[in-house]
Design a binder for this molecule. Structure first.
Ligand SMILES: Nc1ncnc2c1ncn2[C@@H]1O[C@H](/C=C/CNC(=O)c2cc([N+](=O)[O-])cc(O)c2O)[C@@H](O)[C@H]1O
Ligand SMILES: [Mg+2]
Length: 212
């Protein structure tokens, strides 16, 4: 059967990152993706935009949809303000297990909680089960067809409040056209697009600030 790609990524991180050094974990995953096997992390070029939004928002409570191997979880949690916490939702058990170990190598286990299950089930539980009143920022990077329904779930469940920042990866490639159309045409969001001409594909991140 052999190792999965995700197991190979974890193995590379264990061999090339410095334990307790989140930047070395991010760098190792970027090198692996560039030199060995491309993987669907937000990556180093778009990651700079994620960093910028993190510095701007300084979220105390950050929600991520789609952990995968934990690249963006480590990259963002490293930039959380003191006392800040990242809740990241992942429904694939093996990816969640890989991500947990990547997060341990980074030394960020106290700053990140992986919530295992489908976002459409977990979002309605955030208040009662996870005692999350509202979140300051959401990073959307899971199945692109889930961006819009989950945004509506976040609204309906009162998880986002006036000023909460949604940051969505891949709004051009693979694309989330229904999400884009919704936030851009809705009076309840203030949108900014961050286009990137990547080496591989042209893509963009969309920042949509909820106006309440
Ligand atoms: N409803 C749900 N609840 C919880 N976890 C869920 C979920 N839906 C998906 N996930 C998880 O989120 C990740 C999916 C990412 C899809 N990205 C992508 O498909 C993707 C593709 C390219 N690309 O092809 O260039 C580039 C990118 O940056 C990409 O993010 C996986 O770890 C998957 O298990
Ligand atoms: Mg992505």
């Amino acid at each position: 059967s052999g190792m999965s790609k995700e197991e190979r990524i974890l193995d590379w991180v264990k061999q090339h990152a410095v334990v307790g050094d989140p930047q070395s974990v991010v760098d190792a995953m970027d090198v692996y993706s560039r030199q060995k096997e491309w993987s669907m992390h937000v990556g180093d070029i778009k990651g700079v935009i994620v960093d910028k939004v993190m510095e701007e928002v300084k979220p105390q409570i950050l929600l991520e949809l789609g952990t995968y191997c934990g690249y963006s979880a480590v990259r963002m949690a490293h930039l959380l303000p003191p006392g800040g916490h990242l809740f990241t939702i992942e429904f694939n058990e093996s990816f969640a297990t890989i991500a947990q170990q990547v997060i341990e190598v980074a030394g960020l286990r106290d700053k990140i909680s992986i919530l295992k299950g489908p976002s459409q089930e977990i979002i309605p539980q955030l208040k009662k089960k996870y005692e999350i009143n509202s979140v300051d920022m959401v990073f959307l990077d899971h199945w692109k067809s889930r961006y819009l329904p989950d945004t509506k779930l976040l609204e309906e469940n009162g998880i986002i409040r006036k000023g909460t920042v949604l940051l969505a990866d891949n709004v051009i490639c693979p694309g989330a056209p229904d999400f884009l159309e919704y936030v851009r045409n809705s009076k309840r969001y203030e949108c900014t697009t961050y286009p990137v001409e990547n080496i591989r594909v042209n893509d963009a991140l969309e920042k949509a600030v909820f106006l309440g």
